[in-house]
Design a protein around this ligand. Sequence first.
Ligand SMILES: NC(=O)c1ccc[n+]([C@@H]2O[C@H](COP(=O)([O-])OP(=O)(O)OC[C@H]3O[C@@H](n4cnc5c(N)ncnc54)[C@H](O)[C@@H]3O)[C@@H](O)[C@H]2O)c1
Length: 250
Amino acid sequence: MKFEDIKTVGVLGGGVMGGGIAQMCAVAGYPTIVRDISDEAIEATRQAVFEGKWSLKRAVERGKLGYDDAAAAIARITLTQKLEDLKDCDIIIEAIPERLDLKQQVFKELDSAVKPEAIFASNTSGFVIQEIARDVSAERKTRFLGMHFSNPVPAMRMCEVIYTPESTEENIDAVRRLGEAGGKAVSMVKDTPGTYGFLLNRIFGAARREAVAIVEAGIATKEDIDKAMITGRNWPAGFFGSRGGIGREW
Ligand SMILES: NC(=O)c1ccc[n+]([C@@H]2O[C@H](COP(=O)([O-])OP(=O)(O)OC[C@H]3O[C@@H](n4cnc5c(N)ncnc54)[C@H](O)[C@@H]3O)[C@@H](O)[C@H]2O)c1
C-alpha cells in the first residue's frame, strides 16, 4: 500500500489511545472508523473525542484548531461496534488492551475481515510486533507494523514506527508518512524479539530503575530526584511525582 493510497483509516478500540488516534487521523483529513465493543465504550469515545479534555471542542477553545476544521473532523469520524465496517479501510490501527493473546486473536479475526491490501498497525506499548502478527497470513505480515503514540495523542508529538524483517519498504514508508501527516515526529525502530518497550519506554524504564536504585541506596530522596530532572533537564515531570506529561491541559 502506498501512502497516497491510504484514504480511510480504521481504529480498533476507542479508549484512551484509540480515541486520540482517531481524532488525529480525522484532523489530518482521513475518514476514520472506530470500532469498539460496547455501547458504553462507544459513548466514552464520543465524549472524549468531541468534548473531553483533549477533544476537538477543547482544541477550538484553546486556539489549536479552527471551528470549521473541527466540525469537518467530527464529520469524518464514524463510531461502530461492527467489525465488518472496517473491511474496506486502507489501514487499521489497533489500540485494544495490552494483552498479547488478545491482540493475536483480534488480528487473526481482522485478517479475514479486512481487505488483503490493508496495512495493520499496533499501538502496543512494547510487545514484539512479529509476535502480535503471529497468526495473520504471510502476505499480511509484509504490511504489519507498530505505530506507537504517546498519551494524550492529540497533544503529544511522538510516534515510533516499528518495522519487522517482513515489512516492505512501501508499507514502512506509508506508515511513517501517515504519522507525519498526523503532525507527529516519527522515530523508526527495528522490531526486536526478546525486548519490550521499543525506544521511548525502554529508555524511560531504564532511567526510572536507576532513580529507584538511587532512592533505595539512600543517595537522594524522590523529591530531590524529581527536582533535579525537572530543573536540570527541563523535564515536565519527574519519576515519582505528578506524571502529567505535557501538563494538565492544553
Ligand atoms: N494509555 C497510555 O498511556 C498508552 C500509551 C501508549 C500506548 N498504549 C497502548 O495502547 C493500547 C490501548 O491502551 P488504552 O490506554 O487506550 O486502553 P483503554 O483500556 O483505554 O482502551 C482499550 C479499548 O479497547 C476496547 N476493546 C477491547 N477489546 C476490543 C476488541 N476486540 N475490538 C475493539 N475494541 C476492543 C475496550 O472496550 C476499550 O475501549 C494498549 O496496547 C496500550 O499498551 C497506551
